[in-house]
Write a protein that binds this ligand. Structure first.
Ligand code: PRP
Ligand code: URA
Length: 209
């Protein structure tokens, strides 16, 4: 699939395996989500715009490229996407951060929006949407819909684990969006949870339930 990258890096695979373990506690889970986001971000930000700035080295003055950090926005899907934000900010501390609040209805599994605040203006920025889980794809598609309605154009979507169903749905709804996935899992179960997955990402990051 064009615009879809599934990571095969051993560090990412190793850390995802620890996430999956139900014995992994909140502290470690949170730290791993952040680390994986940083490792994935390293690749996803490969085309970040650079601008030449003047720097005085001990030898001479030169023009040298630096990241135009104001050009990046990270937009987590609340709640679980929040866990990935610091991993990206560790790479680009000057990025702006927007938020989209969505929760899945437990019966229909359809997403409901309860919050949306994006950096303004958004048109010129590269936008990285973060959510550890891409299950049915409903939340991901809605989040990208909102961002596009607000004028967002260059959008990337980062999920740590995806189900084939969700990846297909997001890619078909938004083929222009570059999707980065840490691991592609087998399927969804009858409750639309990813198998084998890692359970409820929001609950495991925030220690709820
Ligand atoms: C989870 C997850 C995604 C969504 C994925 O959030 O973080 O946002 O489900 O499922 P989908 O692809 O089928 O839409 P949830 O709705 O449980 O909210 P939370 O992050 O607040 O726990
Ligand atoms: N949301 C989660 O947190 N986990 C899943 O497996 C599916 C949706």
């Amino acid at each position: 699939m064009d615009n879809v990258m599934v990571f095969d890096h051993p560090l990412i695979q190793h850390k995802i395996s620890i996430l999956r373990n139900k014995a992994t506690g909140t502290n470690e889970f949170r730290a791993l989500i952040e680390e994986i986001a940083m490792l994935m971000g390293y690749e996803a930000l490969r085309d970040l715009p650079l601008e030449d700035v003047e720097v005085e080295t001990p030898i001479e003055t030169c023009m040298t490229p630096m990241i135009a950090g104001r050009k990046l926005a990270v937009v987590p899907i609340l709640r679980a996407g929040l866990g990935m934000v610091n991993g990206i900010l560790a790479l680009v501390p000057s990025a702006k951060v927007g938020h989209i609040g969505l929760y899945r209805d437990e019966v229909t599994h359809e997403p409901h929006e309860y919050y949306c605040k994006l950096p303004n203006p958004i048109e010129e920025r590269t936008i990285i949407v973060t959510d550890p889980m891409l299950a049915t794809g409903g939340s991901g598609v809605s989040a990208v819909d909102f961002i596009k309605e607000h004028g967002g154009k260059k959008i990337k979507f980062m999920a740590i684990i995806a189900a084939p169903e969700g990846l297909k749905r997001l890619h078909e709804a938004h083929p222009d969006v570059q999707i980065y996935v840490g691991h592609l899992d087998r399927c969804l179960n009858e409750n639309a949870y990813i198998c084998p997955g890692l359970g409820d990402a929001g609950d495991r990051i925030f220690g709820t339930k």
